[in-house]
Design a protein. Sequence first.
Length: 212
Amino acid sequence: MREKLKEIYHKLYSVFGPQGWWPADSPFEVMVGAILTQNTNWQNVSAAIANLKKAKALSAEKLSHLPFRKLAQLIRPAGYYNIKTKRLKNFLNFFLKKYQASIKKMTKKDLLALRHQLLGVNGIGQETADSILLYALNKPIFVVDAYTKRIFFRHKLINKNATYSQLQHLFMQNLKADVQMFNEYHALLVKLGKDFCRKNNPRCSKCPLQKL
C-alpha cells in the first residue's frame, strides 16, 4: 500500500502540478474558509470571504462582535448561512477564549490534543478540524473528503463502508508525516475528483490513474 500511495501521488503531481492550496492571505482566513466550505464549492466560499474583506471584518475580534444577522448576510454566498454563522460564532468563541485569538499559541498545542478540542466545538467535524490543523496550523494530518473516498473506492483500495478514520489511517500509516506532502496530496485528489472522478458522468477513460 505504501508504494501504491506514492505512485498515485507522483502520477497526479506529474499531470496536474502543484495546486497552491489553501488559497488565503492568512491562517485565520483558512480557518474561516474551512468552516464556510462545508457543503458548498470554493467559488461560493471565495465570494463570502470577499464580502468579509470588503467589510474589513476578517479578524477574530471583528467577526465575534458582528451581529448575527449582519454576519449571516456577509457569508450568504457560501450557502446555509444561518447554520454557518452559528458554527463560525462557536469557533470564534473557542478561539478567543482558549487561545486569545493567537495562531502562535494554537500552533504550539499538541496535534491530537488540539484536534480533540476542535472536534468539541459545535459544528466542527473531522474534515473541518483537519483542514484547520493542516492548512492553517501546518500540523501533519491527512484531510479526507468525499473525493478521496470516491477515488479510492473506485480503484478498489478501500471498501464502500470505510470510515473517515480508517481512510485517514491508511494514509498516515503508510506515508511519512509530511505537512507539504499531505497538503499537496489532498489538493491533487480534489483536483482529480472534480475533473475526472466525478460523482456523475465520471471521465474514467481519461483518468490519470486509469492504468493503476
